[in-house]
Design a protein around this ligand. Sequence first.
Ligand code: ZN
Length: 316
Amino acid sequence: MRGVLVRLTDAWTEILRRRAANSATGSYPLPVQNMLGEMVAAATLMQSNIKFNGSLILQVLGDGPVKLAVVEVQADFGLRATATVTGDVPLEASLSQMINVSNQGKCAITLDPQTRFPGQQPYQGVVPLVGDAREKLEKLSDVLEHYMLQSEQLDTTLVLAADDKVATGLLIQRLPLEGVGNLAGSRLSLAHEDEIGSNEHYKRIALLASTLKREELLTLDADTILRRLFWEEKLLRFAPLAGDSAPHFSCTCSRERVSRMILGLGADEAQSIISERGEIEVGCDFCGAHYRFDPIDVARLFRVPGDLPPSSETVQ
Ligand SMILES: [Zn+2]
């Protein structure tokens, strides 16, 4: 069995602080804040669990008042998150009332490698927000456990919690019996799946983990949690990630990326925005940065050296 415990404070409150400072959106409604915090904790746990050399992107594509919630965690645990809220979210709204009103909500996990071969697509797995009997899932942890079983074929128990100060979670995963290099998603035989499902040790540990209450996870430090849950188990504990290697807020937006986006619009579209508004302004939903391009900036963007009109000296 392996376990990962994450407890994000500064990185999480930085995300909330930037959202609150965004005059276009204001703070998240409470249930959205808590859901996004659980997503941030879960994505950090998953990145730490698979140690992927690239970004792990956890998305919920909703069909309720929350249209989209996104968390990105880089290989160095730089992370950012945002949610698009288009309707009223009641204070007591459940997961399905926010993002899965008519069972069209989806959860997608994307692994985007740091360096891609030409034509290589990022890997993406998608799971619905309903269970096997089409019942609405009301816990994000249930959705993600389902995904982990499907993609890695490893039994996983997740406990997640978040409020306005902490985003935290515990992941317990059953390791395959043979080999050490098969965490990254190698297929196991059906016989092994049976073995996994019936494993007594996993069941016991998973049951202990699932007794962890939201309030305990939010308020207790790692030592206390581990002692309370697993005091009878043999526990090998690794040093926590601290300092620069610890999870931290980081946004990957840049003026260069926005430039490429404007180039993607094409010269005509960019020009029509310029004539309408006098400039192109792009705001980053993740960090709140604003990028402005005046008519000269835009003209410069589309002036590719090879496309210059022939100068007067050129022989006609
Ligand atoms: Zn940004």
